[in-house]
Design a protein around this ligand. Structure first.
Ligand SMILES: [Zn+2]
Length: 262
């Protein structure tokens, strides 16, 4: 009971701050509040730290990138404050894992949980650090040069950012993972791998549109003030769906590594 009172207060605090500073829209803050209660309440400090680290570091990186490289923003499906669908895409899998972990009480759930967050953190840090300044960007599937900010694009700096994003989440789990270097590396590899899968899906199945006005390929249904035309990918395969698959694939990679090597 005491846990849930603390969780309620912490989730309220995070939601209010996020809304106040423009990290989240109102509906997104409400969704974050629900996930916050579940994760802080059932998972305690151990599960809260990786989530808070991911959330606040990514939000600050987005703000920083927006201030330095606004142009890239015109390609993204989502801009400015994150909406509730983005919160669900990033928070659903970790929340489900916390629930399972509280029922089955096995240490593997914490590791899988950390990877589900390390995966979306790798993806987010890859995007934010990769677009912090102008950088040569390639399509991950055919290595042709593409515009920075397009789905499925990778750059040297972004790939490095993605690796660091997975590593900081893994680092935050070290204390509870018994300072085990193999576990640390497994979480980094699984999270980074999921980030790669995210980019591959972004380059292949994710819906992309073409702007009839400026001719650019974008994630948005509107660009330059006019409706865009779908160019490739599946309509339901939005950036949110890709992120959801990203956290699931990270969890699966870790389960494979755990069973084979740990
Ligand atoms: Zn346009």
């Amino acid at each position: 009971m005491e846990n849930f009172l603390t969780a309620f207060l912490l989730a309220s605090l995070v939601s209010v701050i996020s809304f106040r500073f423009g990290f989240l829209t109102f509906s997104a803050a409400a969704a974050a509040f629900v996930f916050g209660i579940i994760i802080f309440g059932l998972g305690g400090l151990q599960f809260s730290i990786p989530l808070l680290l991911f959330f606040f570091s990514s939000s600050l990186l987005s703000k920083l990138r927006y201030a330095r490289n606004k142009e890239v923003e015109t390609y993204f499906e989502k801009t400015g404050a994150r909406d509730y669908k983005q919160v669900i895409a990033n928070g659903l899998i970790p929340s489900l894992i916390v629930c399972l972990g509280s029922v089955y009480n096995d240490g593997i759930y914490f590791l899988v949980y950390c990877v589900s967050i390390a995966s979306v953190c790798a993806d987010t840090w890859g995007t934010e650090i990769g677009t912090l300044r102008k950088a040569v960007t390639y399509n991950i599937l055919n290595f042709k040069r593409i515009e920075q900010g397009m789905s499925g694009g990778i750059s040297v700096i972004g790939t490095f950012g993605s690796l660091i994003g997975a590593a900081i989440i893994s680092f935050s789990s070290l204390f509870w993972a018994g300072f085990n270097i193999n576990i640390f590396l497994s979480i980094v590899i699984a999270g980074f791998g999921a980030g790669i899968i995210d980019s591959i899906l972004g380059a292949s199945l994710q819906i992309q549109y073409k702007c009839n006005e400026c001719g650019k390929t974008v994630e948005k249904e509107k660009h330059c003030g006019v409706s865009t035309q779908s160019e490739k990918g599946f309509y339901f395969f939005t950036n949110d769906v890709v992120n959801l698959i990203c956290s699931i694939s990270g969890a699966l990679i870790l389960i494979v590594i755990y069973n084979l090597f740990l």
